[in-house]
Design a protein around this ligand. Structure first.
Ligand code: SF4
Length: 76
């Protein structure tokens, strides 16, 4: 799946939410998160994010963000 990173904090755009075909964006404490169990890996949101906050979970350093995204997504 794709994960959202700290560049999302304070970002006011929600272009990513609008384009996601499976509606798997949720609100975290101060940023948006992606539910990794619902993301279908389409990559559409990555290109739309003006803050470049969205990365594939295979990127270096993405592991801790995957945990944070999952943690907040599961609160919904
Ligand atoms: Fe949604 Fe696709 Fe982004 Fe996953 S990669 S969060 S399915 S838009």
């Amino acid at each position: 799946p794709y994960v959202i990173t700290e560049a999302c904090v304070k970002c006011k755009y929600t272009d990513c939410v609008d384009v996601c075909p499976v509606d798997c964006f949720y609100e975290g404490e101060n940023m948006l998160v992606i539910n990794p169990d619902e993301c279908i890996d389409c990559g559409v949101c990555e290109a739309e994010c003006p803050a470049e906050a969205i990365i594939p979970d295979t990127y270096q350093g993405a592991e801790r963000w995957l945990e944070i995204n999952r943690e907040y997504a599961e609160k919904w």
